[in-house]
Design a protein around this ligand. Structure first.
Ligand code: FMN
Length: 363
């Protein structure tokens, strides 16, 4: 866990195998400009020894915003804030990776002020409501691909070490991958290669526009979870190969429980081991999901991950990398008091958001 990692074909070295998972924290400004509280939350984790800092999901188009207070990267006026963040993280000796995303069907109309859109028209079910979503035109696809690429170029100029395309958790790129939300009959629907085309074209275009040492990875959900459906595990393994062929420098597998085997193949090895076996050593792998202790992390690394991405445990413990230097230490589990979370550099807005996560914040 504390061995450095050199990303192949680049000059990028992560000082350890511990990443801060991408996490929405609602601490930026209404126009997407970096907020001071978001800066403090992320740079605190860099100071405390996380080798890689992923930002939250950052919207690359106004109509892709998912939440209030979300950091944006859809206009050049965002660059000064992004530059400050990249510098703040670099000064601490960590690598910075910006997660780029579009919410698609899950971008709320009240926020984007227009009808949400997706791979195909469908009713997006949110609690007991059905939200009618429009299907993408070829122009929408062209525009959004360009927006992802421009956002990567801004991140590069701001000094980030790389970007991650968010193709997980039911957002736009995932909606294209899913056979439930993608019913297209053109080049962007049907076969896996067609459903993945929007992602592979973005990847290839970023590779064309930016130097090879700028990291570009993809986060995927390897199987169905919660309300997002239409992903087959074997397709996800094949997708991993496709993404590597299209130039991905790393894959980030979002499992929600890193020691679990796939639902399709219960009583087998953890999901990350399937990816390692399928991809060999072609590409660095990140895994996230219920990693709380040093032992959990070691188990995930032994199962095939190169990096562990720490989510909730990193919210509760800014100094998680120091705690797990004692590999038998078990950091305190939630719920956490508001005072404790304030000490971990969470603003009131982030703490209010964490109230929505069951049993995380003490009553
Ligand atoms: C508050 C919160 C916000 C999150 N926001 C994002 C996000 O913006 N992008 C993303 O890919 N995953 C997001 N996730 C998922 C995490 O990155 C991580 O995969 C998940 O929490 C499982 O890891 P954990 O069990 O260590 O928390 C979020 C999770 C939490 C708890």
């Amino acid at each position: 866990m504390f061995e450095p990692f050199h990303f192949p074909n680049t000059d990028k070295v992560a000082k350890n195998r511990i990443a801060l998972a991408p996490m929405t924290n609602k601490q930026s400004e209404d126009d997407g400009t970096l907020g001071e509280d978001e800066y403090l939350w992320l740079t605190r984790r860099a100071q405390e020894g996380f080798g890689i800092i992923f930002t939250c999901a950052v919207h690359i188009q106004k109509d892709g915003q998912g939440w209030e207070g979300e950091m944006g990267n859809f206009d050049n006026h965002h660059i000064p804030g992004l530059t400050k963040l990249a510098e703040g993280i670099r000064k601490c000796g960590s690598l910075s990776i910006m997660q780029l995303f579009h919410g698609g069907a899950r971008s709320p109309e009240h926020l984007i002020l227009k009808q949400p859109w997706s791979a195909s028209s469908h009713d997006f079910e949110l609690k007991d409501k059905k939200i009618p979503v429009r299907g993408a035109t070829l122009q929408d696809i062209e525009t959004v691909k360009q927006s992802f690429v421009k956002a990567a170029i801004r991140a590069y100029h701001a000094g980030f070490d790389g970007v991650e395309l968010h193709a997980a958790h039911g957002y736009l790129l995932h909606q294209f991958l899913s056979t439930t939300t993608n019913k297209r009959t053109d080049d962007y629907g049907g076969s896996l290669a067609n459903r993945a085309r929007i992602i592979t074209e973005i990847l290839e275009s970023i590779r064309l526009h930016l130097p090879p040492y700028f990291l570009v990875g993809v986060r995927i959900s390897p199987e169905d979870k919660f309300t997002y459906k239409g992903i087959d595990f074997d397709d996800s393994l094949a997708l991993g190969e496709l993404l590597v062929q299209s130039g991905a420098d790393f894959l980030d597998i979002s499992t929600w429980a890193s020691s679990n085997p796939p639902l399709k193949y219960p009583n087998t090895v953890p999901i990350i081991s399937w990816f390692r076996q399928r991809l060999g050593n072609q590409v660095p792998l990140f895994v996230a999901g219920e990693i709380w202790s040093g032992q959990d992390a070691i188990q995930a690394l032994n199962a095939g991950a190169d990096f562990v991405s720490i989510g909730k445990a990193a919210i509760g413990h800014a100094n998680w990398p120091t705690i797990v230097q004692n590999k038998d230490a078990i950091p305190a589990l939630p719920p956490y008091s508001v005072e404790h979370l304030r000490q971990q550099s969470l603003s009131p807005a982030f703490i209010r958001y964490m109230n929505k996560w069951k049993n995380f914040v003490q009553e």
